[in-house]
Design a protein around this ligand. Structure first.
Ligand code: BG6
Length: 471
């Protein structure tokens, strides 16, 4: 990234799980690919008492444990960009110390650097950290084109409409919307980024992309993993808040949205938001008929989970969009933990041919499908039907597929967090939900969460395909 002025990335909660699993491996990848600004520094800020040397060793071990392909010189060059500041998130003096560190970095650079504040901490700490950052003057950009400040925050952005508004007011008191980067890392997954290109660059599909030809759309996020010891967070969150309000609805938006005027962040985010605006609100009757929630057996024995917990680890909803393109087309939104397979995909199922030239006796309805596989084996496939070769005229399904990892140059797909960090540094907000999107998605899921109790909480075995649902 040659044309980006010097940048300092400050990571709060730098010794936590997210930093180790995602942020440092991604920063390191960006470093080796030359995708960070030519002059950059990373400052870790956390409660743990560490010297910069110890912090560098900690990150070195993290990267080695992740088997990051590294040459000694790449690794030591990267580690030289790192420094550490011990501090307590709620102590004003800690921010003074941080500020001194940042001033020193700028003096060393001979100019005021851009500042990117990454809050890799539990959401209940956001308000305090943001307040201190502002009070200590750290959020003030240096001015002009140089020295922007930006803040990156992780979901959940609130837990309902009211708390999301509160967080939003707090953020907007301190930052302009252009400075706020709300992360939904699903938007940065490769196949999801491809949906708009696929839809709007191929004359083949777009004119069929509506309820006239499409029967249903299914959006699934299945995980084999359980809650991985995150009992405290998960038990007060549940599947619908954890992945429904954000990842699943964003996937729906990409298949359902209208063509944006262009690829600017404003146009793309506006069109995603328009889909959310048109989601048919779920009233009590609709929830009874079109929503299911369930919990895996043994969930209540997980550490830090209430032994009588009613929290769902699985949900399925039948959603509708009230616009000309999608009226009456069901969108099945489904996600669960501890299921039999890890699979995230969007399947678009077309209506059967009314005049299928099918051989006598073939009573099947032939439905074409387009599948966007987000993980594990990223790709796009189209299922179609053809005559089985040979003397008979039987019909058989086939598919045309593009599997990213089968193509040599795509073997090493960038991790979503690489793209998140890269875009934030470039200032491109396309793949980050706007405040409007966050608001509208909470408006859609909040009534469902409120009515959960009126629905039975079903149970399913770990490693199974989830509960039986009636729709
Ligand atoms: C996170 C959720 O946002 O997404 C987790 O909090 C979930 O519960 C995760 O496991 C799934 O992300 P990925 O990238 O591993 O599919």
């Amino acid at each position: 990234m040659e044309n980006i002025s010097p940048t300092t990335i400050v990571i709060f909660g730098v010794t936590g799980d997210l930093s180790q699993r995602k942020l440092f491996p991604s920063l390191y990848e960006l470093h080796t690919k030359g995708f960070l600004p030519s002059k950059y520094q990373i400052v870790g800020f956390s409660r743990r008492s560490l010297s910069t040397e110890e912090f560098r060793n900690f990150i070195k071990e993290t990267l080695i444990a992740k088997k990051m392909p590294a040459t000694e010189s790449d690794l030591s060059d990267f580690l030289n960009h790192l420094s550490y500041r011990e501090g307590s998130f709620d102590n004003a003096d800690s921010y003074k110390n941080l500020s001194e560190t940042l001033v020193k970095i700028d003096e060393g650079l001979g100019q005021c650097s851009n500042k990117l504040f990454y809050l890799a901490v539990p959401p209940d700490l956001y308000e305090g950290i943001l307040g201190h950052l502002s009070y200590s003057g750290l959020t003030i950009p240096c001015g002009g084109d140089m020295g922007w400040t930006r803040v990156l925050i992780e979901k959940p952005f609130g837990r309902d409409v009211e708390t999301a508004h509160k967080l939003d007011h707090h953020l907007s008191d301190l930052f302009e919307e252009e400075q706020i980067f709300r992360i939904d890392h699903y938007l940065a997954k490769e196949t999801l980024q491809n949906i708009l290109t696929f839809r709007f660059s191929n004359a083949l599909f777009e004119h069929l992309w509506s309820g006239e030809h499409i029967e249903s759309v299914s959006v699934k996020l299945f995980e084999t993993l359980d809650i991985l010891g995150r009992g405290t967070f998960y038990d007060s969150t549940g599947a619908l808040r954890d992945v429904g309000q954000n990842h699943i609805l964003q996937m729906l938006a990409l298949v359902a949205m209208e063509r944006p005027k262009n690829l600017t962040p404003e146009s793309v985010r506006r069109e995603r938001a328009r889909v959310f605006e048109k989601l048919v609100p779920m009233n009590a009757k609709h929830i009874e008929d079109h929503a299911t929630r369930a919990q895996y057996e043994g969930y209540r024995n997980e550490p830090n989970v209430n032994p009588e917990s009613q929290t769902e680890t699985y949900f399925k909803l039948k959603a509708f969009i009230n616009n000309e393109r999608w009226r009456d087309v069901p969108f099945f939104l489904e996600s669960g933990k501890a299921l039999h397979e890890m699979r995230t995909e969007i399947v678009v199922t077309f209506k059967p041919c009314t005049t299928c030239l099918c051989p006598n006796g073939d009573g099947h309805e032939h439905r074409n499908k387009i599948t966007f596989t987000i993980q594990p084996n990223e790709g796009i496939s189209i299922e179609y039907f053809m005559k089985k070769p040979g003397f008979d005229s039987a019909v058989e399904p086939k598919d045309l597929s593009y599997i990213y990892r089968e193509s040599a140059e795509e073997k090493a797909l960038p991790d979503a967090y690489e793209k998140v960090l890269y875009d934030c540094i470039r200032g491109d907000q396309t793949l980050f939900p706007s405040t409007n999107e966050v608001d509208l998605t909470w408006k859609y899921v909040s009534p469902v969460i409120k009515h959960w109790e009126s629905l039975p909480l079903l149970s399913y075995k770990k490693g199974s395909s989830g509960p039986e649902t009636s729709f």
